[in-house]
Design a protein around this ligand. Structure first.
Ligand SMILES: Nc1ncnc2c1ncn2[C@@H]1O[C@H](COP(=O)(O)OP(=O)(O)OP(=O)(O)O)[C@@H](O)[C@H]1O
Ligand SMILES: Cc1ncc(CO)c(N)n1
Length: 269
């Protein structure tokens, strides 16, 4: 069985972060290992507390995983401080990690800030150049490209800028669009749209974490980038379309849809 490592924060409500990543990897038939960057006290209404691990303890987790169950892909999510980002970059280089998907998490669905201002600079300098793929949502793509995104043409322009600046592929996610949910993949000087029908479901807690973990899972299984994004887009559409409604705010998605219905057949290896 292939394995994927998630380096991310814990979400006590189970909808985003490490918990979403592990559920997604499992449902995509990949063994999930983890290195936790922070604990968050969080539910569908918001984040009430964040406690970072130390860089030394993060390094211990990464050493434990890389020296034993070497990952076929790595997904990186919430990393709030510069010293943690620097440690991750150091370890990814040391262990020659491959298939690295970076979800540049900045703000939670509920609006809470999950990265410090100075850490954004470290992310750009140290981590993004190591990525195979970066998966910003529209506000994150605006920060990384230093331009405004107002339509599909500016999504393409921003994705191109990010790819050129950091030397990797970029998927600008369209979850924040008004009418559509179209994601744009820019890689090797060309681009492709992954068109999604917008699902009328306000329970979108953890969509970004889930999508990036599904992409990492498919890369771990050996699919090329385009196919991995296509399969991940199908997965997120299924998980959102299952219309789970838990909690008092923007609730989590249903990962068991992939186990319960014919979707399993498509994803069986
Ligand atoms: N209502 C929706 N209907 C269909 N697809 C959606 C919807 N909302 C988000 N998506 C899809 O979910 C994926 C994640 O996109 P989104 O832009 O929501 O990421 P994000 O903002 O990083 O997520 P998060 O809320 O976890 O931070 C994308 O593939 C996007 O197209
Ligand atoms: C731990 C964690 N990571 C990422 C997100 C982004 O959705 C979140 N809300 N919580």
């Amino acid at each position: 069985m292939k394995s994927a490592l998630t380096i991310a924060g814990s979400d006590s409500s189970g909808g985003a972060g490490i918990q979403a990543d592990i559920k997604t990897m499992c449902a995509n038939h990949v063994f999930a290992t983890s290195a936790i960057t922070a604990l968050t006290a969080q539910n569908t209404l918001g984040v009430t507390g964040i406690m970072d691990v130390t860089a030394e303890f993060l390094a211990k987790q990464l050493d434990a995983v890389f020296t034993d169950i070497y990952p076929d892909a790595v997904k990186i999510g919430m990393v709030s401080s510069s010293d943690l980002i620097e440690m991750i970059a150091k370890k990814l280089k040391e262990y020659k990690a491959e298939n690295i998907v970076v979800d540049p998490v900045m703000v939670a669905t509920s609006g809470a800030r999950l990265i410090s201002e100075d850490a954004i600079e470290t992310l750009k300098k140290e981590l993004l150049p190591l990525a195979t793929l970066i998966t910003p949502n529209i506000p994150e793509a605006e920060v990384l490209s230093e331009m405004e995104i107002t339509d599909e043409a500016s999504m393409v322009e921003a994705a191109k800028k990010i790819s050129e600046n950091f030397g990797c592929a970029t998927l600008v996610k369209g979850g924040h669009q008004i009418n559509d949910a179209n994601d744009l993949l820019y890689s090797n000087i060309s681009y492709v749209w992954f068109k999604g029908k917008r699902i009328n479901n306000s329970n979108t807690h953890g969509t970004g974490c889930t999508l990036s973990s599904a992409i990492a899972s498919n890369l771990a299984k050996g699919y090329d980038l385009d196919t991995s994004v296509k399969r991940a887009k199908d997965y997120i559409s299924g998980a959102l379309g299952a219309m789970l409604d838990l909690g008092k705010g923007s609730g989590p998605m249903d990962h068991s849809f992939a186990i319960d219905n014919e979707y399993t057949t498509e994803y069986e290896e």
